[in-house]
Design a protein around this ligand. Sequence first.
Ligand SMILES: [Zn+2]
Length: 220
Amino acid sequence: MSSKSKRKEKQEVRWGRVAIAAGLFIGVVLLTAFLLSLLFPEPEDLKDGAPEYAEKILLTKNEYSRPGTALTKVNDVVIHYVANPGTSAKANRNYFENLRQSADNPDGVKASAHFIVGLDGEVIQCIPLTEIAYANYPRNEDTVSIEVCHPDESGKFSEDTYRAVVTLTADLLKKYGLTEENVIRHYDVSGKLCPKYYVEHEDAWQKLREDVREKLLRGE
Ligand SMILES: [Zn+2]
């Protein structure tokens, strides 16, 4: 074999190695991207148009609290109270999360909400606005739900909580091109005593709607 063809052969071997290395590199990159996509929420979860002040601590997809069913239209925003005085937004979020564990949920309860407003007015988002929550049966398919924490048995919201509920509700109405007429209570959906204080005090409920209307008009 001439030294020329030997050189050519060496070169071919080198190119072969480069090709294998490049292939391996691309494979590792694709695998890493795939694993990252499993670890972190899908981009559509993050780009769902929810207000930025809402802290996204999304639930794990599961049949008891985050079924992953698409939410394709929103006609009303529904207000709830957590019915567990003094509990935090985080604790209520974790309650929804743990429903997927049969040890914590022997009766197979299905429950969740898109948002939870806490005792200090903090907002946690549990379900992306692209998916339904289990809060407003039989209207889970065309509503967005807000659970609200409260300090005592009366179910009345604290001042900080109330302000945050008004802001969040107004922001959601704006997003969907709705008005204060589209803010309803769980009670209006199914007759359930929820949110308790605002079912028992119609004037307080109408005031809340009026405050939402003003917030919308001011457009802040
Ligand atoms: Zn409710």
